[in-house]
Design a protein. Structure first.
Length: 526
């Protein structure tokens, strides 16, 4: 790693996220830490330190994406991109282009299709894919990563046929004759993916290294990553070689919980670059796939209340086991039923353990009476603001009036709940300024809808930035060393092209990062 540089940054407009000194003009960086925060007189008080004139530019702490699948996002850049496919035919054309340059028999992988964008909204089938890929197995994740679309060769390759039962927490969609259609939901898709060839360690490391500079260019200095052992192994190797360019808080998959306990891992173990985070548990599915666990049926689907990915007993056992071993949990919960279940189980856990920083990931739809429970139980709401604006049409369509409790940033903050913001990339763009804009305006970058979607849930720019800084640091137990521009903390800072705190909120997505600093090292400069 490059050695930190001592310097005085002055004539800047520092938005510190430090309650004791929220604004400053100058900062002294020494040995990778912030040695002083004050006004421009610091430039004279620290003689011999190189001076950097920021020319009045706005500066914020380094940003952290609190929920991401970083390796999946990095690898997705090399796979079939279906994120804006406007129809099944559009998606098939893209697959056909990739098949044309792929050796017969080799897998074709992709991600991002969203049937909610397609006329009629029907699920595609394996027979659709067979028309463009008769000789290559094809595995395509949906945008939300909870449904997979496979062709016949892929179904054969994973051993899924007419007599294959549904796994717990999953479903193989079948036609009227009982034949698998090529659509696998939840755990059925997760299980199937285990039969797909995986990239090598070197390929994963190369993908990480290619993607890291793009994150620096967006002002991101850290991530809370929720992936499997191959990602963790790659991060460790890059750290050992001095090439890990992001601070990584690494989640533990539930199926690795016993192994983690056996070797004595605890949340927070590690250093400022790589540390153990929370045990990741899935409680339900998603809105887009209509598999989120609901208290009442989805609008227009009287027989569909979604599904739980884990039984209440299984969730209770997992949280008990993790908590007793010093491991906090991060539970995916989208529907109001799933969120209530997780809160119920976390309330039970609070009675028998020291207070741990358990998190609910997404917390997308909350029953009104459950919102205060986040505060009373000390549960962190790890949310993705861009989901609110990306999902608003399908949320209105499938949740209706219940949307008053959807993506409830303002309600949670007013009760003192800690919010940690992220993107869920590759589901959405990891650009944090798109997330800040969504949280502040409840609008898309094009200004729709006028006035914002459920504008009563809007928050301020300062509160949104805090979700990517101090909120993220609190969620990983690092608020004493990062998350604000404060004396003694790590020198992670971002210089912006415009002051997002004073421009019209509609201009926030246009913000460019001029410089990103990690540990006092300039890792990006425009």
């Amino acid at each position: 790693m490059t050695m930190a540089q001592d310097m005085v940054l002055y004539h800047g407009d520092f938005h510190t996220m430090d309650a004791e000194r929220p604004r400053a003009q100058a900062v002294v960086v020494s040995q990778g830490r912030i040695a002083a925060v004050g006004d421009d007189s610091l430039a004279d008080e620290w003689p011999g330190y190189p001076r950097v004139d920021l020319e009045g530019k706005a500066v914020i702490p380094g940003l952290t994406d609190s929920h991401i699948h970083f390796v999946s996002h990095a690898l997705a850049q090399q796979r079939v991109d279906l994120r804006d496919a406007s129809s099944p035919e559009d998606a098939l054309r893209r697959v056909a282009d990739r098949v044309a340059e792929t050796e017969p028999g080799r897998w074709v992988l992709g991600r991002g299709w969203d049937r909610n964008l397609w006329p009629g909204g029907r699920y595609p089938t394996r027979w659709d894919l067979d028309t463009v890929a008769p000789d290559n197995p094809v595995f395509l994740w949906s945008k939300d990563g909870h449904v997979a679309w496979l062709n016949s060769r892929a179904l054969e390759g994973i051993g899924t046929g007419q007599n294959t039962p549904n796994p717990p927490g999953g479903e193989v969609i079948r036609d009227v004759h009982g034949r698998p259609t090529g659509i696998l939901k939840e755990n059925a898709a997760v299980t199937a993916e285990k039969s797909v060839p995986t990239p090598s360690d070197s390929e994963i490391e190369e993908a990480i290294l290619r993607m890291t500079p793009e994150f620096h260019a967006m002002g991101l200095v850290g991530i809370h990553d929720f992936e499997r052992k191959d990602a963790f192994r790659a991060f460790q190797h890059l750290l050992k070689e001095g090439r890990l360019g992001l601070r990584v808080n690494m989640g533990i998959p539930l199926d690795a919980l016993d192994a983690a306990i056996t070797v004595g891992l605890r949340s927070g173990f590690g250093n400022r670059w790589l540390r153990i985070g929370n045990v990741k548990i899935f409680s339900d599915g998603t809105l887009g796939s209509r598999t989120a666990a609901m208290l009442e049926p989805f609008e227009g689907e009287p027989d569909n209340c979604g599904m739980l990915d884990i039984s209440p007993e299984g969730l209770r056992d997992a949280i008990r086991k993790a908590g007793s071993a010093g491991l906090a949990v991060a539970v995916h919960a989208i529907g109001d039923r799933a969120n209530r279940l997780v809160l119920d189980v976390m309330e039970e856990a609070r009675r028998r353990e020291d207070v741990m920083r358990h998190r609910i990931e997404h917390a997308q739809l909350l029953a009104e009476e459950d919102i205060p429970r986040f505060a009373s139980l000390g549960v962190i709401a790890s949310m993705q603001p861009i989901h609110a604006t990306a999902d608003m049409e399908i949320a209105d369509l499938h949740w209706g009036e219940r949307c008053k409790g959807a993506y409830a940033f303002r309600s949670l903050l007013d009760l003192g709940v800690h919010l940690a913001f992220g993107s869920d990339a590759p589901v959405e763009s990891p650009n944090p300024f798109l997330g800040i804009h969504a949280a502040v305006t409840r609008q898309r970058a094009d200004g729709t809808p006028a006035g914002g979607w459920h504008p009563e849930q809007r928050i301020s720019v300062e509160e949104a930035v805090r979700g990517y800084t101090m909120g993220a640091a609190y969620a990983s137990g690092e608020e004493r060393i990062r998350g604000s521009i404060s004396h003694g903390k790590l020198a992670d800072m971002v210089v912006l092209s415009q002051d997002i705190f004073s421009v019209h909120p509609s201009e926030i997505p246009d913000t460019l990062v001029l410089m990103t600093m990690i540990d006092g090292v300039v890792v990006f400069q425009r």
